[in-house]
Ligand binder design. Sequence first.
Ligand code: GDP
Length: 329
Amino acid sequence: RRRKKLDSQELIKKIIAQDKVALSQAITLVESLNVQHHKQAEEIIQGCLPYANNSIRIGITGVPGVGKSTFIESFGKLLTSLGKKVAVLAIDPSSSVTGGSILGDKTRMEELVKDENAYIRPSASGDSLGGVARKTRESIILCEACGFDTILVETVGVGQSETAVHSMVDFFLLLNLAGAGDELQGIKRGIMEMADAVVINKADGQNQKKAQQAKLEYNRALHLFPKKTSDWTPKVTTCSALHHTGIKEIWELIINYIALTTENQYFYARRKEQNQYWLMETINENILMRFYNNPTIKLLITTNKKAVQNNELSPFAAAQLILKTYFKE
Ligand code: GDP
């Protein structure tokens, strides 16, 4: 018991001293399904908390193939060249469902991986999207305590993971491609509405003209959304992640956003709100997990499913019975 305590304190000390190995070890504890590990992770997160919160958190989403890895490599290199310390975390919704990964193994960020001032952590996996998202949220705190001042959270734009990312970042960037005139169709309204910037990637070569056209269309579409509480007007811009053009402009745009929202005090108000959100999310996730992993409940659900199927019991009566058993009412 004493030894375990000492290990946590040791890890906290190392993380604060910007030791990336210790950071990785702590994130592994966060991601572990072992209850003992997670208890230790909680201790470490609590110890790191006073050193966290000093960063800009940027969410990056887009469909597979849009160029997220290429963009993060280019954007990340720009940031480290400006003296920033960049951590890249990912939420991969596929890994919780299929065990496979849409985001891949990040080998495409070849330069950034080698950069001393960058830290790339592939996506957590194993359980529900909610679980994966919470682990990423906790890892942000650890990265910040380790001295990373710019956190990039990547996700695939195919499902609910965007909402989770949006609730843990300050700035939400949607990467898109110029299509054949119907670019707006493929994007869910909700995702467009969350975006602080829409970036049309692959604006190079023969694509340039189409990208400009798409920019106009997105601008028109964004104007139809209600004004954001941040007072920020979402921007549409083009870039080529491959040829590193338009990347600096995106960083400047984010700096403007931070200046505006610091000035109008939205920035920290939003973070406070997000902390509350994660409190409730963690409670919800925990209740669900404990409930469904409870052996008695598992058995009751199986038997009652049959009873309900055969119309021996109404679904509502069965639900009440199971809930009452668990909550001992
Ligand atoms: P991800 O699946 O969103 O991470 O996309 P990748 O970064 O792996 O990129 C998918 C493909 O698009 C790769 O073959 C990249 O080389 C290519 N790509 C990415 N960005 C650009 C760009 O700005 N211009 C062009 N022409 N190709 C790009």
